[in-house]
Design a protein around this ligand. Structure first.
Ligand SMILES: Nc1ncnc2c1ncn2[C@@H]1O[C@H](COP(=O)(O)OP(=O)(O)OP(=O)(O)O)[C@@H](O)[C@H]1O
Ligand SMILES: [Mg+2]
Length: 233
């Protein structure tokens, strides 16, 4: 269970997050939506420790969160281009978790096999399709055994079929008890995948509602206009 309480973040002179509170239970999938520049990526970066919290509290399973609790799948995957697929997935197990090369390799192979990528382990990222890259990125994050999985725009470069692949993959991951938070502009995907929606407006949560309720009957004027612009309301 991820619990975020009154989170504030200031970057430069701008207060980007202005008192954000929400929870994501283990097994739950929550999507964060909102206009560009509202602080969605900043929220993920703050949770992962890539930006400092100016004020507020984050707990995972009732304890103060530490960075190793999170797995972040960043926008555009960010695979290491000079490493094979296998090395991309095994690298942090050795470098961060200090597992032996043999153990790291075996764990990476197992994870990649689960993701249907066994035949790609010796390939380099530039020879993979967008969907395959996304799967490697998810495998690389998941192999670190995070309590909370964060995604920034996981389907932005994918066609509808690959998007559906990612949706079922993420649902499967959540069903193992992991809390999942997804930032996305893909509202159809948000609707398919999430139990709840957080609508972010100017660094604050304007709505935190069950997904279908939100899409069928947004309460705030900002959400109504956002969905109208996306031709969804
Ligand atoms: N390092 C930084 N220093 C100062 N301001 C920043 C920094 N990083 C981001 N910002 C500002 O913070 C605001 C929120 O940015 P963020 O990337 O979180 O938006 P977003 O909701 O993810 O947008 P998008 O939907 O376009 O990805 C923006 O106005 C951005 O210019
Ligand atoms: Mg963003």
């Amino acid at each position: 269970m991820l619990e975020v309480e009154n989170l504030h973040c200031t970057l430069g002179t701008n207060e980007i997050l202005r008192g954000i509170s929400f929870t994501v239970a283990g097994g739950e999938i929550v999507t964060v939506i909102g206009k560009s520049g509202m602080g969605k990526t900043t929220l993920l970066r703050v949770l992962c420790g890539l930006e400092n919290i100016s004020h507020g509290k984050v707990c995972i399973n009732r304890k103060k969160a530490c960075h190793g609790d999170y797995g972040l799948v960043q926008q555009g995957c960010c695979l290491f281009g000079h490493m094979t697929v296998l090395k991309n997935v095994s690298y942090a197990l050795q470098a961060v978790k200090k597992f032996s090369a043999q153990k790291a390799k075996a764990m990476a192979l197992d994870m990649l096999t689960q993701f249907g990528l066994k035949d790609k382990i010796t390939a380099y990222p530039n020879s993979l399709s967008g969907g395959q890259k996304q799967r490697v990125a998810i495998a690389r994050t998941l192999v670190m055994d995070p309590q909370v999985l964060l995604f920034d725009e996981p389907t932005s470069a994918l066609d509808p079929e690959m998007t559906n692949d990612v949706v079922s993959m993420v649902k499967n991951i959540a069903s193992q008890g992991i809390a999942v938070l997804i930032v996305t502009h893909d509202l159809a995907m948000s609707r398919k995948i999430s139990n709840r929606v957080l609508f972010l407006e100017c660094g604050k949560i304007a709505e935190n509602r069950p997904t279908e309720e939100f899409f069928l009957d947004p309460h705030s004027a900002q959400a109504k206009s956002f969905l109208k612009n996306m031709a969804l309301f």
